[in-house]
Design a protein around this ligand. Structure first.
Ligand code: AMP
Length: 278
């Protein structure tokens, strides 16, 4: 895999590919790659001629008390995983000197409505950071297609909305959530968990599965059942929403999604499952 750190060099390569009629697929990440990330690369591979992965831990999407400074990193391991997944180009922007954002960077891309609840409600400014960096990365990479994971279900909906609203000529593909053998959603942040925290972290998925399997349709009852099962030190939210609009539901009478976020020690885990209307 070719590794590029310079934006001008990246654009020379990707714009050259586009001019030659090639389809460029893009998987943005924050690195410390796992099977969740490589599953997205595998989705991009047959749909494109060239696959680009970026690794950038974006300061704009972290709150002041969050884990920006200790976010895990593994540059060599990440490059090997991209190579094995058939990635053509790995973009690791050089953050020294001027950094990724110019000193007088002045633009914010914000999607309203969809970002008000769930993680958006608990992490003020998070989704503005996400949409701003993804818009900037799209400008840098010029992809034909971009792949995002359902692990970050709200993020996927927000990106789809941004791309539609700004008429970006990019196909957005969602990839299914990839789990470890025990059911824990794969996340770079799982590296922070002690064995005891990890064991309790599994309760997030168990609760969501119980909700999805229950014949109960009333959301208040489903949430009460799920809340009783989750062994978090602090539950950020457990919500059941319309699968498309993310609007809260009173009753599961349409395709829905159950989503939860909670702290296990200092580590915040998220998970979600589909609920089919009965
Ligand atoms: P991150 O590195 O956490 O910013 O994630 C980069 C991309 O990988 C995002 O589109 C995530 O939704 C996706 N992703 C992370 N973990 C998983 C997973 N367990 N299954 C599927 N996609 C994932």
């Amino acid at each position: 895999v070719e590794i590029i750190t310079d934006v001008a060099a990246l654009q020379a390569r990707t714009l050259g590919w586009r001019a030659g009629g090639l389809r460029v697929g893009f998987v943005p990440t924050m690195g410390f790659l796992h099977r969740g990330h490589t599953s997205l690369m595998s989705l991009a591979r047959p749909r494109c001629d060239k696959v680009v992965v970026s690794i950038f831990v974006n300061p704009l999407q972290f709150g002041p008390a969050e884990d920006l400074d200790r976010y895990p990193r593994d540059p060599e391991g990440d490059a090997a995983k991209c190579e094995a997944a058939g990635v053509d180009l790995l973009f690791v922007p050089d953050t020294a000197g001027g950094g990724f954002y110019p000193g007088d960077f002045s633009t914010t891309v914000a999607v309203s409505g969809l970002t008000s609840g769930l993680c958006g409600g608990k992490r003020p400014g998070h989704f503005e950071g996400v949409t701003t960096v993804v818009a900037r990365l799209f400008g840098m990479v010029q992809p034909s297609l971009a792949v995002f994971g359902e692990k970050d279900y709200q993020q996927l909906a927000v990106i789809r909305r941004m791309v539609r609203d700004l008429a970006m000529p990019i196909e957005v593909v969602g990839g299914p959530l990839v789990r470890d053998d025990d059911g824990l959603a794969l996340s770079s942040r799982n590296a922070y968990l002690s064995d005891e925290q990890r064991a309790r972290g599994l309760s997030l998925h168990r609760a969501l599965v119980a909700i999805a399997a229950s014949p109960e349709r009333e959301v208040a009852a489903l949430k009460a059942r799920g809340q009783a099962m989750i062994e978090a030190d602090r539950l950020d939210y457990l919500e059941i929403v319309d699968a498309e609009t993310l609007a809260p539901l009173a009753e599961v009478d349409r395709p829905a999604r159950a989503l939860a976020a909670g702290f296990f020690g200092a580590t915040r885990l998220i998970d979600n499952v589909a609920i089919a209307p009965k």
